[in-house]
Design a protein around this ligand. Structure first.
Ligand SMILES: O=P(O)(O)OC[C@H]1O[C@H](O)[C@H](O)[C@@H](O)[C@@H]1O
Length: 297
């Protein structure tokens, strides 16, 4: 069966290849496994909670309506870090296409985490579409402002944890020349390095990364993941390294930072503001591609 639903999750398998599948937890509509020919592509902590007691540490948590911890907005500042989508149980809306196999999940205030919608009393409808290609995974989001009178102000981000072999042998290409905000230094600057490499904790937000840029994760000269984006101008690059991993109870094994890199496409530098009745769409595409070093314009 290409789509298997249980109380907890939905597993989508390619009819032409049963070793290629994606598993989506209803809690957070979190993709927590994507296997290509039996090989896991995403990183998941061995201590990740899959029982709805905490957002999932790994896979693709969804960040909405706020990225990080807001301190200025009257309502968004009341929400916990990264908002309410990753700590709400979404509704499985079913399979919408058989080729490529595609499923949808929905979230609206009536079913979202009531502790959190109390703090952020807005009208919205989120539809997440997950499409399993031969060697790709597309996650697409539609945000609708269902209010008839109020604007909807929000961030969106796909918090994608990629599985890699060895962080110190890994580089991320095609972000060179971009302006970034370093969340650790609390400073903005131009990244003049030709590629991003990792030797310590990294937590940076690249801004206005052109949609033509395919971000590639390269392991010792070999392309292992390619990330394409639509309508997601910012890209967060995060690796917690040694100390930060020690401090996260759900991050295991403690050496796991060596096998993961978060490349998170989003709209987080500015808020999106949607007028009543309007919709906003974006997607990320995780795929395999030839190594393509794109020149800085
Ligand atoms: O621990 P979490 O709330 O899941 O956040 C994990 C990480 O998410 C993003 O990558 C942020 O840029 C980091 O500052 C944060 O530490």
């Amino acid at each position: 069966m290409p789509v298997k639903e249980t109380d907890r999750e939905v597993v989508l398998t390619r009819p032409d290849d049963e070793t290629t599948s994606v598993t989506i937890l209803k809690y957070g509509a979190t993709v927590y496994s994507w296997k290509l020919k039996s090989e896991e592509q995403l990183w998941l902590s061995t201590a990740a909670k899959l029982d709805g007691s905490k957002p999932v540490r790994g896979g693709i948590p969804l960040v909405f309506p706020v990225f990080g911890k807001n301190t200025t907005d009257e309502y968004l500042s009341k929400l916990p870090q990264h908002g309410l989508a990753r700590n709400s149980t979404w509704e499985f809306l079913g399979q919408t296409k058989s080729d490529p196999p595609t499923v949808q999940f929905g979230l609206k205030p009536e079913i979202a985490n009531p502790e959190l919608t109390k703090l952020w009393p807005m009208d919205f409808l989120l539809i997440l579409t997950v499409e399993l290609g031969v060697d790709s995974l597309k996650t697409a989001i539609e945000v609708e402002n269902t209010s008839t009178s109020k604007e909807l102000k929000f961030n969106w981000l796909f918090h994608t944890y990629f599985r890699i072999e060895d962080i110190e042998g890994t580089m991320v290409s095609n972000l060179a020349g971009m302006k970034l905000y370093d969340q650790l230094l609390k400073e903005s600057y131009l990244d003049k390095h030709p590629v991003v490499t990792f030797h310590q904790e990294t937590d940076v937000i690249y801004q206005n990364v052109s949609p033509e840029r395919a971000i590639q994760i390269v392991d010792k000269g070999v392309q292992v993941h390619t990330l394409k984006r639509y309508n997601l101008p910012d890209t967060v690059v995060w690796n917690p390294w040694v100390e930060k991993s020690q401090g996260m109870a759900d991050f295991e094994p403690k050496t796991g930072y060596e096998q993961m890199i978060c490349i998170e496409p989003g709209h987080v530098h500015d808020f999106i503001t949607l007028a009543p009745g309007k919709k906003w769409n974006a997607h990320q595409l995780l795929c395999k591609d030839e190594l393509n070093y794109q020149a800085i314009q």
